[in-house]
Design a protein around this ligand. Structure first.
Ligand code: DGL
Length: 257
């Protein structure tokens, strides 16, 4: 049978602008696709919300993305992946969803001190996906965790550097450094936007791991597996915000969109 797809629409969503850190890696490997990005900033942050709240939002967003023509969806949010990806895969089968993976493995392989830090939201750290991953590596390395308190709010406000950002970042990062972590996993897609400040606070010897490039590779892999055509059309992007469109527009421009 002929492949029914002429071109592919990739749907991406997050509680807000954080998923743009994943999109910027995706567009490097898939520059000629059609994209629709949904920022649920009227309901952001997701970090402390209940699983059923996030699942309801994930259903609503998925319906919107499908209505826009999405053929495959990237859940560019660790918290939504933890709370909702299993449900989405079940309820919307055979639609393919790509989720965020906590990058504990590369951190465990790369640490010299034997201590790795994980910065994420409370929802992600409680989720079974993270706990299972953690369980695989905790015999080999010591894993210490901290919620990046206030990080999401700063990124949504477009505050990425400066004294206030440094103070906020230090409060969550310092406990991990005090425990001897030399490698820090970024378990929330908003956090890479604070990289410059995090590196400044932690110093040059600390390595941060952003899982976004691996998620972009996984998307390509799944598209190939599904025989979805790649690079058949010219690039386009539709930005959707459930709240104020300004934060998403600002970050999109910042990453050169
Ligand atoms: N960017 C999200 C994540 O990766 C959500 C953060 C939030 O809304 O609390 O977890």
């Amino acid at each position: 049978m002929d492949n029914p797809y002429i071109c592919v629409m990739i749907g991406i969503f997050d509680s807000g602008t954080g998923g743009m850190s994943v999109y910027r890696e995706i567009v490097k490997v898939l520059p000629d696709e059609k994209y629709v990005y949904y920022a649920d900033n009227a309901h952001c942050p997701y970090g402390e919300k209940t699983v059923s709240y996030i699942q309801d939002r994930a259903r609503h967003i998925t319906d919107t993305l499908l209505g826009r023509g999405a053929d495959i969806i990237v859940v560019a949010c660790n918290t939504a992946t933890a709370a909702a990806i299993a449900m989405l895969r079940e309820e919307y089968a055979p639609m393919r969803f790509i989720g965020m993976e906590p990058a504990v493995k590369p951190a465990a392989l790369g640490t010299r001190s034997g201590v790795i830090g994980v910065l994420a939201t409370a929802g992600t750290l409680k989720g079974s996906k993270y706990l299972t991953t953690r369980g695989k590596y905790e015999d080999d390395v010591r894993i210490v965790e901290h919620v990046g308190s206030g990080f999401v709010e700063l990124v949504e406000q477009g505050k990425l550097t400066g004294a206030e950002v440094e103070d906020t970042v230090r409060r969550s990062l310092q406990p991990l450094l005090d425990e001897g972590a030399d490698t820090i996993v970024l378990g929330c897609t908003h956090y890479p936007f604070l990289m410059e400040t995090m590196q400044k606070v932690a110093g040059p010897d600390i390595r941060f791991i952003d899982p976004a490039p691996a998620v972009a590779r996984q998307l390509v892999h799944v598209m190939e597996e599904e025989s979805l055509p790649i690079g058949q059309d010219s690039f386009s992007m539709e930005l959707i915000s459930s709240g104020d469109p300004e934060p998403l527009r600002r970050i999109y421009e910042m990453i050169g969109g």
